[in-house]
Design a protein around this ligand. Structure first.
Ligand code: FCB
Length: 444
């Protein structure tokens, strides 16, 4: 199976990339990194499938040259990677770990040597335990700690990265982790969630300021979006979908790009937000140079009994990925149009993550024929082209992920990679989707 497009079907300046994150691939046990809340969350029974963790991951800490070779050979322009706070600052603050700084230094140089643009994300979820002990994202001081971390790591690599984003997916860092309890630190508490939602944004703005002070440009934010649709035509379902959309999709974009929070979210969150939150938008809405959107699926939403937000996800009829997520490429097109119209205007938008999990077992000859993934990527890139045709300044697209990795609470079983990883031998094996992309991206 092949993709139905080539580079030539996109604007000349459109960039293709692939994405990973530190804790999911590096092997957190290596190189003097400090403990994080994902290590303790994973060590607590019931939180992560088979109690797996990121101690070894894909061992990218040692195998990064091979990984960068794979990215280069596929014809990608950009590599989106993240920097582990606890690898750089094992205690979250104070003395940096020289090995950690050296690692990112080598990694960035390795990208440049291969003609890849380094797209850094400061934080992709592994909070140093020492800061979690102080309340983590619930503590307002995290904005300052995060700004200091940005200064330390970017003081080392900021002169060579092509772009830098602050915090991957504020919704996951706050709501998924402090209200739904599915990710570290595993809380189910509305006050903790509301405070984390606000502090994540305050930290974002503070880090943007810190990186500007270093003279860096091309700075951005990365939000994840899920297309929320009412489960039926009732006013109750419509209201539930509006609330879901406000919490998930509008809260963070609105904070960063409009300096306010949406009313349907404030309805339930206002009593729990930290005192004086209204005064923080000058920091939160610090100008950025681009906006990244991570998109995977839609959700059908209906009303549920109980306190605010009084809603629930309802199973939908569309074909699903291995995650159980419905495949809905139209949602990506609609979001690109909507985000430009309502929030970002002329600012470049990047699809910073998109991809799917599949069982991906090597066949008798060793090949992994992941046709469903090829079709998924094809359909979503068609949605991107429609948005571009409608005038949205979409400037690039990143596949999640380069290789199979530690898929958080679901452990190693959910495979998102273009490259198959055998987690016993750590051998990398490009799947059919990798080869299909290499063909589509080849420069003639
Ligand atoms: C995103 C995360 C990424 C990965 C994909 C499947 O929410 O950013 O780390 O887990 O989902």
């Amino acid at each position: 199976m092949t993709l139905s497009f080539t580079r030539a079907d996109f604007p000349a300046d459109f960039l293709f990339g692939t994405a990973t994150s530190a804790y999911q691939i590096e092997g957190h046990a290596f190189g003097g990194a400090g403990p994080t809340h994902w290590d303790s969350f994973a060590a607590t029974p019931g939180n992560v499938a088979r109690a797996e963790n990121g101690a070894v991951g894909c061992d990218s800490y040692h195998r990064w040259p091979e990984d960068l070779d794979l990215i280069e050979a596929a014809g990608f322009d950009v590599y989106r990677f993240s920097t582990s706070w606890a690898r750089v600052l094992p205690e979250g603050r104070g003395r940096p770990n020289p090995e950690g700084l050296d690692y990112y230094d080598r990694l960035v140089d390795g990208m440049l040597e291969r003609g890849l643009k380094p797209a850094a994300t400061l934080y992709h979820w592994e909070l140093p335990s020492a800061l979690a002990d102080l309340g983590g994202w619930q503590n307002r001081d995290i904005a300052r700690w995060f700004g200091d971390f940005a200064e330390v790591i970017m003081g080392r690599i900021g002169d060579r990265v092509w772009s830098a984003a602050t915090i991957n997916e504020p919704w996951c860092v706050s709501w998924l982790s402090h209200f739904l309890g599915q990710h570290a630190p595993g809380l189910r508490d509305i006050r903790a969630a509301a405070r984390a939602m606000h502090h994540v944004l305050l930290a974002h703005g503070t880090a943007i300021g810190a990186m500007r002070a270093l003279g860096m440009g091309n700075l951005g934010a990365v939000c994840n979006l899920e297309y929320a649709q009412p489960a039926d035509d009732s006013p109750e379902a419509r209201r539930a979908a509006t609330t879901y959309d406000a919490i998930y999709n509008r809260f963070f974009l609105s904070g960063m790009f409009r300096g306010s929070y949406p009313e349907p979210a404030l309805e339930g969150l206002a009593p729990w937000l930290p005192k004086g939150w209204e005064e923080d938008f000058a920091t939160i809405a610090a100008p950025v140079d681009w906006c990244g959107l991570n998109y995977y699926t839609r959700k059908l939403i209906g009303p549920a009994p109980g306190p605010w937000p009084a809603l629930e996800e309802v199973p939908g009829p569309l074909p699903k990925t291995e995650m159980g997520w419905e495949i809905f490429p139209e949602g990506l097109e609609k979001f690109l149009v909507r985000v430009a119209r309502d929030f970002t205007g002329d600012l470049p938008i990047y699809v910073t993550e998109n991809g799917m999990a599949a069982p991906d077992r090597p066949g008798p000859e060793g090949a992994v024929q992941d046709d469903d993934r090829i079709a998924y990527i094809d359909a979503h890139l068609a949605a991107v082209r429609r948005a571009i045709a409608a005038g949205v300044p979409v400037k690039g697209y990143f596949v999640w992920s380069l290789m199979d990795n530690f898929e958080w609470a679901l452990g190693f079983e959910k495979r998102f990679g273009l490259v198959h990883v055998d987690f016993e031998s750590l051998e990398r094996r490009p799947k059919a989707s990798y080869h299909a992309l290499a063909t589509a991206l080849a420069r003639s």
